[in-house]
Ligand binder design. Structure first.
Ligand code: UD1
Ligand code: MN
Length: 440
């Protein structure tokens, strides 16, 4: 009997030991090194997705809060008292238009100047929530951005999570900045459209100033983007926006262009869905200037720019800035675009009226134009090849470069500007069908 008890005791102690060991091993964390590398990556990805979803919820909640506060104060102003319970049910008004502003930041603390202006001119926090996407893991810049996000729930920040080194052949190392920019844009646009689920976005770079009517411009032109399938973007920038070649008296004037201007631009989600799968690894702006990548669609651009870039120190260095960007005029007059009839910009009206206008216009040469006195009668100049285009563009004071054969600001080969008070059209002397990528 004693032997039996002893054995039982030993068996119990053994079982207890096994149980303790099992319990302990299930509680301690398996060291990272023991996990397969791809398990760690998967876990990191899942954490990142959870993090983004959390951010999304935060943005949504904030927007709802702002909306409710606005309804409440509007009701109070009308003498109606409404309690929070009732407000909770105010959810059946038409889904309102939201045009988030996506600010692309990296390592420049001067993003403060950009954000200051975005905040200063913003007419409505609900329509225009601000999302700052920060690349580059630059702490000082992050702190500047945090100042804005901490004090205003309609401003949020997200960090570009992939800071890995981009492997490049030696000859391309000098372009690494452009690779990083393209990677960041892809992340940020996916974040806005896929994670946050917005229908459209206005993209602003951290070195841009905006005009007082910047928001009004995008609000007014948004319906063009929705209505006209031949448009893919609205841009705030005129590449030929220097004071001598624009009409300062018509700040309301807008144009169609086949040359993607960038520098403050709006696209819709369905366009991004088409671009995302083929997004280039670098030089995304020039890639967007290749009609093959945008299905030959056009953008809207203003006569007078609604943005100004103060980024002399940037990825593409200072010469371009000194020669072209510095003197581009930022519009100062507020135009009520939402109250204007902008239908003339729809392809079905714009193209035939441009054709009729050009047909009815006297043709002259650049030399004759030089000798002519300043006047108001519009004239047409014609070009036959890239050389004659560039010669005349230079004489007029325009940028003379091409991307994928498209001259800056051109629409169906036609470039328009002001020259000594007169509107001038520089148009192909031949029947234009498409751009020739060998030009330039
Ligand atoms: C130029 C264009 C810019 C375009 C870019 C893409 C002009 C005046 N500027 O950039 O519109 O987007 O080429 O090829 O034509 N950034 C990052 N990560 C980086 C470096 C920069 O996200 O590692 C961001 C910046 O914060 C900024 C944008 O990318 O928002 C452009 O960078 P910038 O240094 O201003 O380069 P540009 O030469 O102006
Ligand atoms: Mn820049």
């Amino acid at each position: 009997m004693r032997v039996y008890t002893k054995r039982l005791l030993i068996a119990i102690v053994c079982l207890l030991l096994i149980w303790l060991v099992t319990l302990y091993s299930s509680m301690i964390e398996v060291p990272r090194s023991l996990l397969e590398a791809h398990d760690v990556q998967n876990m990191e990805k899942r954490i990142e997705i959870l993090h983004q979803e959390l951010n999304y919820q935060k943005v949504q909640t904030n927007q709802l809060k702002i909306k409710l506060e606005e309804v409440k104060s509007a009701q109070e102003a009308r003498g109606i008292n409404i309690n929070d319970d009732e407000l909770g049910r105010v959810d059946d008004f038409d889904s309102p238009l939201i045009l988030p502003i996506l600010v692309m930041a990296c390592d420049r603390v001067t993003v403060e100047r950009c954000l200051d202006n975005l905040v200063k001119y913003r007419p409505d926090k609900t329509i225009f929530p601000i999302i700052v996407s920060q690349d580059c893991d630059h702490n000082a810049t992050y702190h500047v951005i945090k100042k804005f996000t901490d004090s205003d729930p309609s401003i949020n920040v997200v960090k570009q999570p992939d800071q890995s080194v981009i492997p490049l052949p030696r000859a391309k190392v000098k372009f690494v900045g452009y690779y990083k920019i393209a990677r960041h844009f892809k992340f940020a646009l996916n974040y806005v459209f896929n994670t946050l689920g917005y229908e459209a976005v206005i993209i602003v770079e951290d070195d841009l100033d905006i005009s007082p009517d910047f928001y009004e411009y995008f609000l007014g032109t948004y319906s063009l983007l929705v209505q006209d399938p031949s448009l893919w973007c609205i841009s705030a920038w005129n590449d030929n926006g220097k004071p001598d070649v624009i009409d300062m008296s018509t700040p309301e004037l807008l144009h169609r262009t086949d040359f993607f201007p960038g520098l403050g631009w709006m696209i819709r989600k369905h366009t991004w869905m088409k671009l995302e799968s083929k997004w280039p690894p670098a030089f995304f702006d020039d890639w967007l200037r290749n009609p093959e990548n945008t299905e030959g669609k056009a953008c809207i651009r203003p006569e007078i720019s609604r943005t100004y870039t103060f980024g002399k120190v940037g990825v593409s260095k200072g010469l371009f800035f000194e020669n072209h960007l510095k003197t581009n005029v930022l519009n100062k007059q507020f135009v009520e675009f939402t109250k204007l009839d902008l239908n003339y910009l729809l392809k079905k009206f714009y193209d035939p009226s441009l054709d009729t206008l050009l047909d009815s216009m006297p043709t002259t040469t650049i030399e004759e134009l030089e000798d002519m006195r300043a006047g108001t009668v519009p004239v047409k100049l014609t070009y036959l090849n890239s050389k004659s285009y560039q010669h005349q563009a230079r004489m007029l004071g325009l940028m003379d470069d091409f991307r994928s054969g498209v001259p800056r600001t051109a629409y169906r080969g036609i470039v328009t500007c002001k020259y000594r008070g007169r509107r001038v059209y520089l148009a192909p002397a031949f029947r234009w069908e498409k751009y020739d990528p060998s030009w330039g």
